[in-house]
Ligand binder design. Structure first.
Ligand code: AMP
Length: 169
């Protein structure tokens, strides 16, 4: 039961936020296996060439999933971290804005990209990642995450983009 490995941390990183801590899941061999197997089962119903993970917890699940499915992995990172030519996309947060970046040659020839993150909240991060993949000429096919905070309606924000999650709150 994956949900039993998720720890709620109230008021982190700021008052009023209940942070979903995935470290108990990662440190459990069983929890990690269940999570990656669950994501792999979702992915088996989707058609894609490569997995793209969003910094930083999307790297953990995205890379493990890519290895399990024998496909490659593309990192989407915070600004100034990627060494080659990048495309960037900014999105609004509750207070202020954020930016993410990808290498311009990460998904050549219209490669079909599966987006992976640990958690979907308002959907702003996933939406920006989706746009970013399109910007470099890739073809985003679906968004997959371990946890979905359904009460924040992230999937509505993502419109027609298919969204899959293992646990919903
Ligand atoms: P959003 O763009 O609002 O969908 O937020 C998603 C991103 O923020 C993901 O990369 C999550 O890791 C992180 N995040 C947002 N809310 C939480 C939360 N309550 N607990 C843990 N991570 C969160």
């Amino acid at each position: 039961m994956i949900a039993s490995y998720i720890r709620d941390v109230p008021d982190f990183p700021k008052p009023g936020i209940v942070f979903k801590d995935i470290t108990p899941l990662l440190q459990s061999a069983e929890g990690l296996r269940e999570a990656i197997d669950g994501l792999a089962e979702i992915a088996s119903g989707l058609s894609f060439d490569v997995i793209c993970g969003i910094e930083s917890r999307g790297f953990i699940f995205g890379t493990a999933l890519a290895r399990q499915l024998d496909v490659g992995f593309i990192p989407i990172r915070k600004p100034g971290k990627l060494p080659w030519k990048t495309a960037s996309e900014s999105y609004e947060l509750e207070y202020g804005s954020d930016t993410i970046e990808i290498h311009v040659d990460a998904a050549p020839d219209g490669q079909r990209v599966l987006l992976v993150d640990d958690l979907l909240a308002t959907g702003g991060t996933m939406q920006a990642a989706w746009k970013l993949v399109e910007k470099i000429g890739g073809t985003p096919v679906a968004c997959v995450c371990v946890i979905e905070l359904a009460f924040l309606a992230g999937r509505e924000r993502l419109g027609a983009a298919p969204v899959h999650s293992l646990i919903q709150y």
